[in-house]
Design a protein around this ligand. Structure first.
Ligand code: ADP
Ligand code: MG
Length: 708
């Protein structure tokens, strides 16, 4: 079969491949200004220079920007685009764009399409309303967007027109990152440098290393008519009320089941749309909960993969409307039913496409593999709190640790085989598994690794899955940018630390294999507490983890301080990924978002209770009174009293606002507001079971989850 090397991986080091002979892929990348389009639209010299920038991160000569802009504009016009936008990722976690027309008046009453290099390279959105966590006061509203040539521009189509979208970074004039892309790019650079250094010591002349991600995205689909009748879903993305349905997920009949026709039609349309944008979707299936599904792309380098993940989430929601569906990306849209996560598959690869976490065929390859694996183990152990904080949000607090998602305790699953190898090295055992693992002068130093990647542990937050690590604790609505920024940075730090050790041993005259083995041994010995192969959902693990001294940061307010801990600040400033001020701003924005989200939920919950559930209960009660049903009247009337009482408490606690310290406020939200909401819900859900169905004002779980 003629498999054409994929165009979208222009800077993805050629790892991913899409079969362009498959008719389903014939439009693949058609709306992307990718290498093919660039080659067609740009003068040769300009194309070459751009290619060098993309593939080797060489700075682009600003003088060439006009030529690139011209080619890009002509290409966009040929695709029917009339406008362009700088597309960026502010700290809100979503994306932002402001459209400008290509057309400008030329004086004689006509208009001409123009787009200069300056407009391509830099934009200045009126950005005063984006959260910056204090980095930039609102009176100094100017921030600017800067073109990221390593993520290709693309066309977004609408039934009534199209526009060119240019991936950009967003920074303040003082050079501070106001977005999620800049730190991600910096972290990729940091990791590349560290990995090149380590590879160099091991005799590998690689000149560039990329981190790669393949995020598996979970989501729910519900009929849009139900959505419109749920003010809670509209305002907060999750149901604040709803009794558990008679038929839940107990039967496990949904997982990997037959995909309903409307849902499959949606998926195929989504994949076609994403294909045009160069997002290579690979997998689709039903998930565990009824109404829940998963979509996963082929992995790409972290920057492109993150941009594509944003596009994916955007398209998932807009295409759903075409099928009268609504796509829910919230981490916990339905209580008592599995929530949604995002499994962040992660690895490192050289520019030649060698996956550094692929156990190799030869002992030499395995030496590299074990070295990088040890660096990851060390990084996750040392920065376990930061990793936990990187995925913290109000939505996640309903999911992590809820016996469906990994717990809030970070640990690593290596699989029995690999764990055995590390244990063996730590114990100084001679290793010769498979018989071929002899290195050096007949000394069994490093083992052969017949890895099957077959053993799986679905409960682990951070699992080795054959040739990559899978960070499973991300929330479904989160962009992967920050968790990957953290991962790249902390692994870079560990690689450097190991490399330093290795260097001094080699300088001291040690054989490289022997030196690597010693480094692996001591790294594993010092960090093996983070390795856990058992059931992460079991209550005993919580106790065991406490004995091991592992962190158990259960909620967002518990986890957020890790973003500004001394250790985090040191690592991030060492590698120039985020300064202390930039970290503080992220800490503040996250805490603020937590407070705003819980506050919105509480207001919505009180409102629904007072204006929908309470009146329905009163009507129900009146009907019972008309029928003279004493027992039933007593039951409903008691619940009505409780409901009224609890609504008042909720309104009270949510009205009290300590506008002081944002962290204190977040803690207050967690300790006072959330429990008050929960207690209103508890009685409302009991009422749902007894109030006449035709009086109940909200669509029920049964309807939302089971009707496809
Ligand atoms: P699983 O059995 O865990 O679903 P898959 O092979 O289907 O394994 O991979 C799931 C995701 O992991 C996909 O998005 C895939 O592209 C991604 N993935 C595979 N290899 C890598 C890698 N080296 N780096 C990053 N992501 C990867
Ligand atoms: Mg997987």
């Amino acid at each position: 079969m003629n498999v054409v090397s994929a165009r979208w991986s222009a800077n993805g080091n050629g790892i991913g491949q899409v079969d362009l002979t498959n008719p389903a892929n014939s439009n693949f990348g058609s709306n992307v200004f990718d290498a093919n389009a660039q080659r067609q639209m740009l003068p040769k010299a300009v194309y070459r220079a751009l290619e060098a920038t993309i593939e080797r991160s060489e700075p682009l000569d600003p003088a060439l920007a006009d030529a690139v802009a011209l080619g890009m504009k002509d290409w966009a016009l040929s695709k029917g685009a009339t406008h362009f936008t700088h597309w960026f990722q502010p700290l809100t976690g979503s994306t932002a764009e402001k459209h400008d027309s290509f057309y400008g008046p030329v004086g004689d009453g006509t208009a001409l399409a123009e787009f200069s290099g300056k407009e391509l390279i830099q934009g200045e959105p009126d950005a005063s309303s984006f959260p910056t966590g204090g980095v930039r006061a609102t009176f100094e509203a100017r921030g600017y967007t800067a073109w990221d040539p390593t993520s290709p521009a693309f066309i977004i189509e609408n039934p009534n027109g199209s526009y060119l979208s240019i991936p950009t970074a967003f920074a303040s004039w003082t050079g501070e990152a106001l977005d999620k892309k800049i730190p991600l790019l910096r972290s990729m650079e940091a990791l590349s440098k560290a990995a090149i250094r380590a590879l160099g010591i091991m005799g590998d002349p690689t000149d560039r290393v990329f981190t790669t991600i393949g995020p598996e995205q979970e989501y729910f689909l519900i009929d849009k008519h139900y959505f419109y009748q749920r003010p809670d879903l509209i305002a907060t993305g999750r149901t604040l009320y709803g009794a558990k349905p008679a038929k839940g997920q107990e039967l496990d009949d949904h997982y990997f089941g037959y995909i309903a026709e409307r849902v499959l039609a949606y998926m195929l349309d989504l994949e076609r749309e994403l294909g045009k944008l160069g997002v290579p979707i690979k997998t689709r299936h039903n998930e565990v909960a009824p109404g829940q599904y998963e979509v996963a792309p082929v992995f790409e380098n972290s920057n492109l993969g993150t941009d594509h993940q944003q596009l994916c989430m955007q398209m998932m929601q807009s295409v759903a409307r075409r099928y009268d569906l609504v796509c829910l990306l919230h981490e916990k849209p339905f209580a008592g039913v599995n929530g949604s996560g995002k499994h962040n598959n992660w690895s490192m690869a050289t520019s030649d496409g060698e996956n550094l976490l692929e156990p190799g065929e030869t002992p030499h390859e395995n030496m590299k593999f074990l070295f990088f694996c040890s660096a990851v183990i060390r990084a996750v152990n040392i920065h376990q709190g930061l990793l936990r904080a990187s995925v913290a949000s109000s939505g996640q607090d309903h999911r992590l640790g809820a016996n469906e998602a990994p717990p809030a305790i970070m640990s690593i699953f290596l699989g029995a085989e690999l764990e055995g190898v590390f244990e063996g090295i730590a114990a100084g055992k001679p290793l010769s598994s498979g018989g071929g693992g002899l290195l050096g002068l007949g000394t069994p130093v490093l083992p052969d690794l017949p890895m099957h990647g077959g053993d799986r542990n679905r409960t682990s937050p951070f699992a080795f899955t054959g040739n990559k690590f899978e960070f499973r604790a991300l929330g479904s609505s989160d962009t992967p940018s920050f968790p990957n920024t953290v991962l790249n940075t902390i692994v870079a730090e560990s690689i450097d630390s190991l490399a330093e050790d290795l260097e001094s041993k080699v300088r001291g005259g040690a054989e490289i294999e022997e030196a690597v083995r010693e480094v692996i041994k001591s790294t594993y010995e010092q960090n093996s507490q983070i390795v856990f192969g058992g059931d992460n959902y079991a209550a005993e693990w919580e106790e065991e983890a406490a004995r091991r001294g592992l962190l158990n940061l259960k909620t967002t307010p518990d986890a957020l301080p890790e973003l500004i801990s001394e250790q985090t600040v040191a690592a991030f400033s060492n590698y120039g990924v985020l300064s202390e001020r930039e970290l503080e701003s992220r800490h503040e924005v996250r805490a603020e978002q937590y407070v705003i989200k819980v506050n919105t939920e509480a207001e919505t919950a009180a409102n629904i209770a007072r204006t929908m559930i309470l009146p329905a209960t009163v009507r129900h009660l009146n009907e019972l009174k008309g029928a003279g049903q004493a027992d039933l009247i007593e039951e409903s009337s008691a619940l009505l009293d409780t409901l009224t009482e609890r609504i008042k408490i909720l309104e009270e606690v949510n009205a009290v606002h300590d506008d002081g310290d944002i962290v204190t406020e977040a803690t207050y939200m967690r300790d006072k507001v959330l429990p008050a909401m929960e207690s209103v819900r508890e009685v409302a859900d009991r009422l749902e079971r007894i109030v006449a169905d035709d009086l109940w004002p909200l669509p029920k779980y049964q309807e939302m989850l089971l009707i496809r």
